[in-house]
Structures are given as C-alpha cells and as structure tokens.
Design a binder for this molecule. Structure first.
Ligand SMILES: Cc1ncc(COP(=O)(O)O)c(C=O)c1O
Length: 401
C-alpha cells in the first residue's frame, strides 16, 4: 500500500505487458499496427497548424465513411457514449419528446440520456432479437408526435441489424421529428448511408468496425439538426459536450475549447485512412463475407444464431448458448486456453447468447477459422452437443466461395 507513504516499490508494479489476445468480442477489436504506429508519433499542440490540418483530414475521412456531406462532422473526445450524449444532449431540449426503441440495451441508454437532457421519453416496442417494424414506428410517431426519433442501426446486445432505415426516417420526417441513429457497431462495417437514408444525426465509436482504440468518437449532424441545436432556448446540460461551443474548435474559428486527445485523433485518422484505402463498399462486403463464414461455421457445428437471417448483423454475431452450458465458463476457457475474447449476453439476453464480433481488422479469414475451431473445442470439452469438425469445414468452404 503506497497511498500517502513517501516511498513506493515500483518493481512490484512492473512494466506494462498486456496479454496478446485476439479480440472477437463486441469491441474493442484488434487494431491495425499502422494505427498503433500513428499513436506513437510525437505530440503537437491541439492548436498547432499541423494539427489543424490533421483535424480537416479527419473530418473529410469521417464524411467519406459516414457517406455524408454534413459540415458538422467531428470526432468527439471520449468513447461512443460521449458522442451519443453529445447527440442526444444537444438535440433534445427540456420538454421535447424523444421516441426510443425497446428492442435492446442501447435503446434504454438513449432513454436515460434523453431524460437527463430534460426530455420526455416515449417508446416503440419490439422484442429483443428483432428489429423495429416500420408500421409500429409510424403508429408511435402518430401517437406521441415526438420531436426526436432515435433508433439503433446495429444493436450490439442482440446481433440485430435494423433494416428499412429510409422508411423509418421518412416516417419520422413526415411527423417533423429529427432522426438520431446509433451507428456504433455499423460504421465502417455494414452498409450505412447517412445522407441517402435521411439520417439527421449519427454517432459512432472508433473501437468497433473502425478498429481504433477508444477515445475519439465519430458524430455527424445535418444542417437541420444543427439549426435546432444552435437555436436552443437553454444551454445543454453538459458544458464539455455543448456542440455550440465545440463548433468554435472544430468549425472555422479553431479556437480553444478543451485540449483535444491528440494521440486519439492521430489514431482515428490512420484508421479512417485504412477505410478509404480499402474502399467503404469493399469493406462492407468483406465484413459480410468473413462474418458469413463464421456464421456458416457456428451453424454447421449445431449452434443457433439469435437473430433470423434477414436481420443478421455481420459485425456482431449473437449465437445461442447450448443447453446445459454456462456462457461465462466458455468465455473464460477461450481466454485462458486460446487468448481469444468473445463475450456473454447483456441485459435480457444475459446467459442466453455469446456475442462474437467480426469487426474491422479482426474481420479476417484466419480469425474466423480460429474462433470456430476454439469455440468448438471448448464446447465439446464441456459436453455440449456440437460437431466442431463440421463447423470448421463449413467456415473453410464458405471462405473459398
Ligand atoms: C450500439 C452501441 N451504442 C453505444 C455504445 C457505447 O459506446 P462506448 O462503450 O464506447 O461508450 C456501444 C458500446 O458497446 C454500443 O454497442
């Protein structure tokens, strides 16, 4: 115990040597060495002319990745929840109503943030494991007349991809509601077209399909959304995430607001450069192909996906835990025996699913063969009714197609 003692035995703390894991959970995903190298380059000041140029480049690359021309496109300092709170905390004003989904863990987080912003919350229901039905959204819009409608494009807690996005945004706009999309697990991994699909505000995280360490999180707002933000009667409750103030730093002025996380901005710049080099559509196709091989393998082994094929989310594969098996024991065994990270379920699906990510730099053929092999081995050793060999064969064959 050092505490207020005037000596500390630093040899007991030792050099930092984290284990080398393969990250196939819900994020973070493995980081490309180029991103890690960018993070070890020298710091410059957050107002240095060279950094201002880097800021411009990051904004341009973010627009490309979000598929938007939005001027208001920035990396928010903090994790995905910071970008989420910047979106909700600025767009939702006291007394506004925000319509949120109930079909996953992150819809509830949207609701909490909307309430903290002083808003009222209305809900549109769908079971965990299913997407929102456009008819239900329409009915809820008509009933509650919300100012803002939020939905989760890629629900990390259920492995469900929300289809019909243009239909949902058109319905919301018919009712004069702005649309906020959670794209934390979709940006850079599955098809997302912010402008074409009529999304007013989208936020994301860097540590999923962008394969970048957490710390600077993408956010984009349309002119309409920003007009609402800039004409608020009351300041947003967070000073740090007040977009009208952040505009001074990320807009034309480039004036100090807070010290940008310089190294994280370097990291996201390199991660986004990798996206642009690969090509966004090619990247979506890679996720679908590689995760498709993973899905083929777990199904051939005898396991069941949580989401139906229509709503399958390539970046997050939710797989039902077989009868008699403890999900936590499986995750621990994979970590201990194989240095492989996958995750258990969250919220309503706690104990019922494994969450296997296939994101960014982790979405590689070798990794999915590895996951299917290791998972089959661990489940078989625990007495589950699985056929590991059939799983690996199906994955291999799917990768050859
Ligand atoms: C869909 C979704 N939204 C929001 C978040 C919050 O992001 P963070 O944990 O980076 O704050 C996550 C994180 O897993 C997520 O999956």
């Amino acid at each position: 115990m050092a505490g207020t003692d005037d000596s500390i035995d630093v040899s007991e703390i030792g050099e930092l040597t984290p284990p080398e894991r393969t990250l196939m959970g819900p994020g973070p995903s493995d980081v490309n060495p180029r991103v890690l190298r960018a993070m070890s380059t020298p710091l410059v000041g957050h107002l240095d002319p060279s950094f201002v140029e880097i800021m411009d480049e990051v904004q341009e690359l973010l627009r490309y990745t979000f598929r938007t021309d939005n001027r208001w496109t920035i990396p928010v300092s903090g994790t995905g929840s910071a970008a989420m709170e910047a979106a909700i905390g600025n767009v939702v004003e006291p007394g506004d109503t925000m319509l949120v989904p109930t079909n996953g863990y992150f819809g509830s987080r949207m609701a909490s943030m909307a309430r903290r912003a002083g808003g009222e919350v209305a809900e549109v229901d769908a079971p965990w494991g299913e997407p929102l039905d456009p008819d239900d959204v329409n009915d809820a819009l008509a009933e509650h007349q919300p100012d803002v409608f939020g939905f989760v494009h890629a629900e990390t807690s259920t492995g469900v991809l929300q289809p019909d996005v243009p239909e949902l945004t058109a319905a919301a706009h018919d009712h004069d509601a702005l649309v906020i999309a959670d794209t934390v697990t979709s940006l850079g991994g599955v098809e997302l077209r912010v402008d074409e699909w009529g999304i007013d505000v989208a936020y994301s995280g860097p540590q999923k399909c962008l394969s970048c360490p957490p710390g600077a999180s993408p956010l984009t707002l349309s002119d309409d959304a920003m007009e609402k933000v800039l004409s608020r009667d009351e300041d947003p409750r967070s000073w740090y995430l007040d977009l009208s103030l952040l505009e001074g730093y990320w807009g034309d002025e480039r004036a100090y607001h807070h010290t940008a996380p310089v190294t994280n901005v370097y990291a996201i710049r390199e991660a986004l450069r990798l996206v642009a080099e690969e090509g966004i559509e090619e990247r979506w196709a890679r996720h679908e192909r590689v995760a498709g091989a993973l899905k083929a393998g777990v199904e051939a082994m005898g396991l069941e996906m949580n989401a139906s094929d229509e709503y399958w989310l390539p970046s997050l594969n939710a797989v039902r835990v077989p009868d008699g098996i403890d999900d936590g024991d499986v995750c621990s065994a994979l970590l201990e025996r194989y240095d492989l990270e996958i995750a258990s379920g969250l919220g309503d699906l706690d104990g019922e699913i494994f969450r296997i990510g296939c994101m960014g730099h982790s979405a590689q053929p070798g990794n999915v063969i590895f996951v299917v092999t290791a998972l089959g081995d661990v489940l078989e050793s625990m007495g589950a009714d699985v056929d590991p060999g059939a799983g690996v064969t199906a994955t291999r064959r799917a990768l050859r197609e």
